[in-house]
Write a protein that binds this ligand. Structure first.
Ligand code: SAM
Length: 240
């Protein structure tokens, strides 16, 4: 077993959901190989026997229930004591929008604690416990677990050694501000559709040029908002 490069500690009412979501594929293998550790913590273990253990009605009225501050504080403080997180994240639709840049930044951490909300969310007084509030998109989920899984998956695969090839993340969509170029595999002809001849030419300079053009055209058509921040091949060549 390799020494783990990144620990995740997730506080949640549904640890099974987080466990199940990190058991398979790349992340599952990285866990088994010891490159990543994912520990889940049941929030109900921190209720201290209160009659309204986790949630209570909102002051001022209104629909739904709010997560009480006591178990949130107790759980975060207890878990932080054992895992000494370098980053504490609160999942919330009101947080900063999570993206590939944030994933790359978080992949440089050593230990990340993630708190998953439920109900109408958390009592406002717990916010100071966290370094960052993250949203995975402009929609409301019923809980933070799917958000935590998105963070663990996208951050975990950027940890060196987790993907088979060290440089494959740098080719992917959003790295360098572009969507990725189109992919083809065998057969060379499928239902009358052929593979672009440049890809079978063996000319790697031409293949690189074609892929960059395709990535740029695809980004312009589908996500023009990304192009402003894109690194052009020419800029890189000029610098190097
Ligand atoms: C039903 S939501 C609460 C929404 C809250 N009442 C609001 O309107 O902002 C319950 C929990 O799901 C999680 N959640 C929901 N949508 C999310 C999103 N887009 N990104 C991250 N977490 C989200 C948060 O942990 C949140 O506390």
């Amino acid at each position: 077993m390799t020494a783990p490069r990144l620990h995740f500690d997730v506080i949640t009412l549904f640890p099974e959901l987080v466990e199940a979501g990190t058991e398979f594929g790349v992340i599952g293998r990285a866990r088994q190989g010891g490159l990543l550790e994912v520990h889940t913590h049941q929030l109900r273990d921190y209720t201290g026997g209160s009659p309204h253990p986790i949630d209570d009605a909102p002051y001022g009225g209104g629909p739904g229930m709010v997560m009480r501050p006591e178990p949130v504080y107790a759980s975060v403080e207890d878990v932080a004591q054992s895992c000494t997180p370098s980053r504490r994240l609160l999942m919330t639709p009101q947080g900063k929008r999570f993206n590939q840049e944030a994933a790359a930044r978080l992949a440089g951490e050593s230990s990340i604690l993630i708190f998953c909300g439920r109900y109408e969310g958390v009592d406002e007084r717990v916010r100071s416990l966290f370094d960052e509030e993250l949203s995975i998109g402009d929609y409301v989920l019923s809980g933070g677990e799917l958000g935590a899984l998105v963070v663990i998956d996208s951050v975990g695969r950027l940890v060196p050694g987790v993907l088979g090839s060290e440089d494959s993340p740098s080719q992917e969509s959003f790295s360098g501000g572009l969507l990725e170029y189109p992919h083809y595999t065998r057969p060379a002809e499928f239902r009358g559709m052929t593979v672009p001849s440049v890809l079978t030419s063996g000319n790697h300079a031409e293949i690189d040029r074609w892929r960059h053009e395709q990535a740029t055209a695809r980004t312009r058509a589908r996500r023009p908002d990304l192009l402003a921040g894109a690194t052009s091949e020419t800029d890189e060549d000029d610098e190097g």
